[in-house]
Design a protein around this ligand. Structure first.
Ligand SMILES: O=C(O)C(=O)C[C@]1(C(=O)O)C=C[C@@H](O)C=C1
Length: 95
């Protein structure tokens, strides 16, 4: 049996290639939504930071960042912490 899937799935059967291609479409759609949510988070975070800076405060609030890191760690374990650190960097830049 020769499998010539449209995308490179690594599958050895047409059936497996079909399952993989369908699931990849769902992943691409989920990733689009996740990226949209991250962009929305960045915009909301910018509003907070601008308000704080305009009031004379600092861009960064470390105690709040600890809460955010804990939230992701509790939900996703250790990789959740790394994910939250990346999100925070996207939202407030490098510190
Ligand atoms: O919650 C805040 O005070 C924010 O400024 C938002 C945010 C975040 O993106 O979660 C960004 C920068 C701060 O250091 C802490 C948290």
């Amino acid at each position: 049996m020769t499998v010539t899937p449209v995308t490179d799935t690594g599958a050895r059967t047409d059936e497996a290639a079909h399952v993989i291609n369908g699931a990849r479409e769902r992943i691409d759609a989920l990733d689009d939504r996740i990226i949209g949510l991250i962009q929305e988070r960045m915009a909301v975070s910018a509003v907070i930071q601008e308000a704080r800076i305009t009031s004379g405060g600092r861009r960064v609030n470390l105690s709040r960042e600890m809460e955010v890191l804990g939230h992701y760690r509790d939900a996703l374990g250790k990789p959740g912490t790394a994910l939250a650190m990346t999100l925070l960097e996207l939202c407030r830049g490098r510190i």
